[in-house]
Ligand binder design. Structure first.
Ligand code: GLN
Length: 225
């Protein structure tokens, strides 16, 4: 079988990785398999150059930030995102990729221009579900699962708000899904439901990244020949 890059992938089948240092990476891998994508568990920084998109799962953001530092991911991750790799942070993953937090810990990676508050809903509402209307997701509202979830309290220029959770008690509505370019962040956990639409949306971003890098490498080959 022939392929464009000799690695079995085509622009229609992007290579997706799920950061597997801590958190619920297995659930994301399962969701991706439901839509025909065989994702890889990312544990080494070298794997970043072999994927078109990466998910940072829910878990414990302080631990994930610490492990990313220990395993030397930070600079390479930034450089891959700057060159167009798709990135999606869910819950703790959203905290990890934010520009700034309203909390003292951890120090986030600043890969998306958002300010985030951890555990926003507090002890009273440790976890809850809500039906969300999400821009870019067709059809019925999506059931969203929130577990000690963060919210986005401020967005920088060019960051689109895709979904808001309605006002609860005395708290106003809050942004819980945002996107800029190919970087996506959600406060909730689509991987804990059976609804694959958010994963499909991310796969589209990774497809764009894949097509871009195939085009770039074809151009490079032409300029060498
Ligand atoms: N509250 C956790 C944190 O701050 C995130 C929770 C989650 O990912 N479900 O890291």
């Amino acid at each position: 079988m022939s392929s464009l890059n000799g690695d079995g992938a085509t622009p229609q089948q992007p290579r997706i990785g799920v950061l597997a240092l801590q958190g619920d990476f297995a659930e994301h891998i399962h969701m991706l398999s439901e839509i025909g994508i065989t994702a890889v568990e990312v544990r080494k920084v070298q794997q970043l150059s072999e994927i078109d998109g990466m998910i940072i799962p829910g878990g414990e953001s302080t631990t994930i930030v610490k492990l990313l530092g220990m395993f030397d991911f930070v600079d390479e991750l930034r450089s891959q995102v700057e060159s167009g790799m798709a990135l999606w942070g869910t819950c703790a993953g959203m905290i990890v990729i934010a520009r700034e937090l309203a909390d003292p810990y951890p120090t986030p990676l600043n890969l998306l221009d958002i300010r985030v508050a951890r555990n926003y809903f507090g002890r009273q509402v440790d976890s809850f579900e809500s039906e969300l209307e999400i821009d870019g997701v067709e059809g019925d509202h999506m059931r969203a699962v929130f577990i000690r979830a963060p919210i986005v309290i401020d967005t920088g220029i060019g960051v689109e708000i895709l979904a808001r959770v309605p006002a609860i008690d005395d708290r106003p509505e809050q942004a819980v899904a945002v996107k800029k370019g190919r970087v996506l962040a959600t406060s909730f956990h689509p991987e804990l439901t059976r609804d694959t639409r958010m994963h499909s949306l991310f796969v589209e971003l990774a497809e764009e990244a894949r097509s871009d890098s195939v085009r770039r490498s074809t151009e490079e080959t032409r300029s060498i020949v």
